[in-house]
Design a protein. Structure first.
Length: 346
């Protein structure tokens, strides 16, 4: 069976759609899965175990430059790539006009069908007309975890039982490319005196200011981690996040601000860490998928929708207006202790 997944963005949503691929491969042996995604997230999807082809779709940029020769050329190349295969099932996991357009363009096998979400789920964007463009609209529970939204839709569309085990299939590169990426990432962990395994990543960045944790709270958490011998690392994806990272790091004894890295290098860098603490963001979703000891911070009671699932070393801490440092610290100590116990038993 040839299956096409259409999940264009965003970072966190793309990561949380990966378990649906692993379910399909487990329950429908011999399935070939292709995936259409925005270029920024394509490097991550290429690391998802079992994905056969990654088709890059830059609709966001093409809309802004629709009349240029470069855009027309890129559109033709994308259309050709998308229609290279015939699909037995096209699964629009996004539920937006842009994803419905891509799904409609895909080429079906004689018995192939297009599937879309039948309804909106709480906290997720949804454009109702997308269900009318599909051959089959799949209903899902209105209040459902972000991971289960994709898993349930795919299982109901292709008629298989959900596996008990949750797996993201986020895997490292292989061979020389992996070593090169790790060497680049590790160069910036520290001057060489600190092993990557003693580093805790502090994922403070978010595109939404109302998700931020106060700088002084990050500073206090950093001091406590330093006191136990950990170095803290600050990734960043914008000038503002870099400024915040440098401001907090400059007041800590053992800290490093990573350079701005591409998605692959950043994933490898996180994978080399002991664990992570972060706000509800795409980077936290990557840390979740990498199975790191993790504490996620919530200023809103939305843990049920995006928090870690089925894991004894990943925790969510909710507090109003923000979680306390003590609550976050206690969760981190529990996560790291349970992860150490898990590793010792392997």
């Amino acid at each position: 069976m040839n299956v096409l997944i259409v999940k264009l963005s965003s970072l966190g949503d793309v990561v949380y759609a990966m378990p649906a691929v692993q379910d399909m491969l487990s329950e429908l042996p011999g399935t070939q899965v292709d995936w259409v995604v925005e270029p920024d997230f394509a490097p991550l999807v290429r690391r998802c175990a079992g994905v056969h082809r990654v088709i890059e779709c830059d609709l966001r940029r093409w809309r802004e430059t629709v009349f240029t020769a470069d855009t027309r050329t890129a559109w033709r190349a994308f259309s050709s790539d998308l229609q290279y295969e015939c699909y037995d099932a096209v699964l629009d996991l996004q539920g937006l006009s842009k994803s419905a357009l891509v799904a409609k363009m895909a080429r079906l096998s004689p018995q192939g069908l297009r599937y879309a979400l039948a309804n909106q789920t709480e906290g997720r964007s949804f454009e109702a007309p997308t269900r009318w463009e599909a051959d089959v609209a799949i209903p899902v529970e209105p209040r459902i975890h972000a991971i289960d939204r994709s898993r349930v839709m795919c299982a109901r569309a292709l008629v298989y039982a959900l596996p008990e085990k949750l797996s993201f299939g986020l895997v490292p590169h292989v061979g020389k490319e992996l070593r090169a990426v790790k060497n680049i990432a590790n160069t910036f962990f520290d001057s060489g005196s600190v092993a990557p395994a003693s580093i805790v990543a502090l994922l403070h960045g978010s595109s939404r200011a109302d998700k931020h944790w106060p700088d002084e709270s990050w500073l206090e958490l950093g001091h406590r981690l330093n006191a136990l011998g950990y170095t803290v690392a600050f990734p960043h994806g914008s000038d503002e996040e870099q400024w915040r990272s440098e401001s907090i790091a400059s007041r800590l004894e053992q800290s490093v601000v990573w350079p701005r890295m591409g998605m692959s290098a950043l994933t490898d860098a996180l994978g080399e860490c002991l664990g992570a603490v972060g706000v509800d963001s795409g980077l936290c979703n990557i840390a979740t998928a990498l199975d790191l000891p993790l504490v996620r911070l919530y200023n809103f009671d939305t843990v049920w929708r995006t928090g870690p699932r089925d894991n004894d070393h990943q925790f969510s801490v909710f507090g109003e207006p923000t979680p306390s440092v003590d609550a976050v610290w206690n969760a981190w100590m529990q996560a790291s202790a349970l992860a150490s116990l898990r590793d010792s038993m392997r």
